[in-house]
Design a protein around this ligand. Structure first.
Ligand SMILES: Cc1ncc(COP(=O)(O)O)c(C=O)c1O
Length: 394
């Protein structure tokens, strides 16, 4: 029998990144559209708070669930901004990024063989963290003709006697689709009908375009007691390398399990990063808004380019910083292959452009490609200039 960890991949994006870095080392210019890491520096007041924390000697172990000022700041944020109804800051646990939050949550929620419904395509780490928790991810296909929406009817059709929960991600990685409130409410109603938990991944809550707004699943009627919400500082404050995220846990027994898991895995997030996070949450939010405006500009430039390019049918995202596109039937292929990897490989070899093959995000992602516009505006503009030419030459 194979070990549970043997079923986890090394990650397709890592493979693409390694190939790009190899090319870069040979002196070639590369454009880093493969992964979702914000190009921006952290806001100045966050950096200053971290410098002060170092000077003040905040370099010791912290409470493993997070420093009290951070949990209090997050409590204010999730109750006032997200509309969650947790009674005290004790229901919030600071984690080593949203990723670690997902790991501890699924580990705490699942028994061996429990099924969790997830969208397909989906950022790979979701299915992997469900498996690490002993569970089984059950994919529900998102279709281009539905605007890649996570449809309650499709979710209901995937429910079996082993289903324990539904995972929801809006704005969505990889498609950038945003789920409207009414549809989220229908998902909450399903969770109530079948007595399921909900895990709501809101890592991109502040990366929204046009007039789009974010609804937190846990704020909806009937969701309070059954929704476990995951947040991240990585995208909101460009703090990806500082590794701060947090989970909001309404149920006491799950909270206790998560506290134990956090103590035994990380025993508290880096203290200096936590002081930075306090400043980020309590301070002015204009840097977050400015980043969203810049992402929207990049989206528009890249979308216009992909609309002009042959072999791609792009989907216009309403949030997150990814452009998801279908590869059309007439794609001639590269090096004897016509799958999504062949386009990713072609773009690396011919133009040094990074992307992620859609199949990395699940079966429904086959025949798609994802471009991240979280790298610098210059790189996005250059990729937008090159992509129509390079693809026309295929
Ligand atoms: C959908 C989604 N959730 C959660 C995360 C977690 O990010 P982090 O661990 O940096 O907080 C990511 C990161 O890319 C993501 O795409």
């Amino acid at each position: 029998m194979s070990h549970i960890v043997d079923s986890i991949s090394f990650g397709a994006i890592v493979q693409v990144r390694d190939r790009l870095l190899e090319q870069q080392a040979k002196g070639r210019k590369v454009l880093r559209l493969e992964s979702g890491d914000p190009s921006f520096s952290i806001p100045e007041h966050v950096r200053e708070a971290m410098e002060k924390a170092l000077r003040d000697g905040h370099t010791h172990y912290t409470a493993s669930t997070g420093i009290p000022p951070l949990r209090e700041a997050l409590f204010r944020k999730v109750t006032q901004e997200n509309g969650l109804k947790v009674p005290t800051p004790d229901h919030i646990v600071v984690t080593n990024g949203g990723m670690h939050g997902l790991y501890v949550l699924f580990r705490a929620l699942l028994e061996p063989g429990d099924e969790v419904i997830i969208p397909d395509p989906m950022w790979t780490e979701i299915g992997e963290n469900i498996r690490l928790g002993g569970g089984k991810p059950v994919p529900v296909r998102l279709r281009p003709e539905d605007g890649y929406q996570y449809l309650p009817e499709a979710i209901e059709a995937a429910i079996t006697p082993r289903t324990r929960g539904i995972f929801v991600n809006t704005p969505h990685n990889p498609t950038g689709a945003v789920i409207p409130r009414q549809r989220l409410q229908a998902i909450v109603d399903l969770a109530n009908k079948y007595n399921l938990f909900l895990v709501s991944d809101e890592a991109y809550e502040h990366v929204l375009f046009d007039e789009e707004t974010h609804t937190s699943l846990g704020s909806l009627p009937g969701a309070e007691e059954r929704t476990f919400s995951v947040y991240s500082m990585s995208k909101t404050y460009a703090m990806s390398g500082l590794r701060v995220g947090y989970v909001v846990i309404p149920q006491k027994n799950i909270l206790e399990r998560v506290k134990k898991l956090v103590r035994c895995t990380i025993n508290g997030v880096n203290s200096v990063a936590q002081w930075g996070a306090v400043a980020a949450v309590n301070g002015p939010q204009d840097a977050t808004r400015a980043m969203a405006r810049e992402y929207q500009y990049r989206r528009d430039v890249l979308y216009a380019a992909l609309e002009k390019a042959p072999y791609l049918k792009p989907f216009k995202p309403s949030g997150a910083f990814y452009l998801w596109a279908q590869i059309t039937e007439d794609w001639p292929g590269y090096q004897g292959a016509r799958d999504d990897w062949s386009m990713t490989n072609y773009l690396i070899d011919q133009a040094g452009i990074g992307s992620s093959p859609g199949s990395a995000f699940g079966k429904a992602g086959e025949g798609h490609i994802r471009f991240a516009f979280s790298c610098s505006t210059d790189q996005v503009e250059e990729a937008a200039r090159l992509l129509p030419q390079v693809l026309s030459a295929a």
